[in-house]
Design a protein around this ligand. Structure first.
Ligand code: ADP
Ligand code: MG
Length: 306
């Protein structure tokens, strides 16, 4: 099976999605942006051996590759529209490619994003790069740079689950719920859209809460107090790990793809599924506290509670 047969069989799915003037099959796709909207462009690559193990289910690899991009779209407050896929494979294993395409279209259908093109190449190892175009009303995108002194700091969902799931997996134990949080993260697209006009700054948590919150603080030229006790920890995580370890995962474990954002408290008081974890201040640094004691946490790794 050559490159063209492979594309035709697994990726060239006829669809009548809105805004697609010309999809897969020509030298480029032709897309019709909506009037008065700005486009938000994101891209993410997953590399075998670095972002996923060789034996990972290809459907999970594809699904996750779409989700990590959608999470960036969510963090901008945008709506996903179109995606492209660059796939490098060391062999044209049909079973593998079919499973991959099923995971890809499951993700695409669930979040209404249309595959409009890509590139397929042979190379050493498996690499998948997805790029998504989203749309947002002009000037409305959520940036990292708008946090204001006095804002509350919030996160969606629970944090630390993906890191806990990965940890269990690496010890040959496994918990379905936590493992799914790693393999099949949920992009917070609805919350992202609801935050437009409310949040002053936002980011998705891919590298760990402390590291990612720090990016907001630096971009906004502010500092913050973070209350470790208030971190939302899932029952699943708490059932496997002691509170110290749970906090460690929550503070520095990556891959949760929850949103962290800042907002004036009155603007988000009606929203559900969010937890207030701190306050923006003018100190220009992040201070983490547990029962009022200052705790040293850095982005590159957790230093343990003193
Ligand atoms: P070109 O040689 O002009 O770069 P290609 O032969 O690479 O074109 O691709 C032919 C068509 O198939 C293009 O429309 C391209 O976007 C699409 N395509 C290639 N690989 C993929 C893929 N993995 N998924 C979706 N579309 C793909
Ligand atoms: Mg090409």
């Amino acid at each position: 099976m050559d490159e063209f047969e492979l594309i035709r069989r697994y990726f060239d799915r006829k669809c009548a999605a809105s805004g697609v003037v010309l999809g897969i099959g020509d030298d480029g796709a032709i897309l019709a942006p909506s009037p008065d909207m700005q486009q938000v462009q994101v891209i993410d690559t997953l590399v075998e051996g670095i972002h996923f193990l060789s034996q990972t289910d290809p459907a999970d690899i594809a699904y996750r590759a779409v989700m990590v991009n959608l999470s960036d779209i969510a963090a901008m407050g945008a709506t996903p529209r179109w995606m492209t896929l660059a796939l490098t494979l060391n062999e044209a294993n049909q079973q593998w490619i079919e499973a991959f395409s099923i995971g890809l279209f499951e993700a695409a259908d669930r979040y209404k994003v249309t595959l409009v093109g890509g590139d397929t190449t042979a190379g050493p190892g498996i690499t998948t790069t997805i790029s998504i175009t989203g749309e947002i009303a002009s000037g409305e995108a959520l940036l990292r740079s708008g946090a204001m002194v006095g804002d509350g700091i919030y996160v969606t969902g629970t944090v630390g689950d993906a890191a806990g799931g990965l940890y269990l997996f690496e010890c040959d134990k496994s918990d379905d719920e936590l493992e799914q949080r790693f393999l099949r993260p949920t992009p917070r697209l609805e919350v992202g859209k609801a935050l437009v006009g409310r949040a002053t700054a936002a980011i998705d948590i891919s590298d760990g809460l402390v590291g990612d919150l720090n990016k907001i603080l630096v971009a906004s030229n502010v500092g913050a107090d973070l209350d470790i006790e208030s971190l939302p920890i899932s029952e699943a995580l708490a059932s496997y790990f002691d509170p110290d370890q749970c906090r460690r995962f929550a503070l520095t474990g990556g891959d949760d793809y929850e949103l962290c954002f800042t907002a004036s408290d009155v603007d988000v008081v009606q929203m559900s599924g969010i937890t207030r974890i701190g306050t923006v201040n003018d100190s220009e640094r992040l201070t983490c506290r547990l029962n009022n004691d200052i705790v040293e946490v850095d982005d590159s790794g957790y230093r343990h509670f003193k």
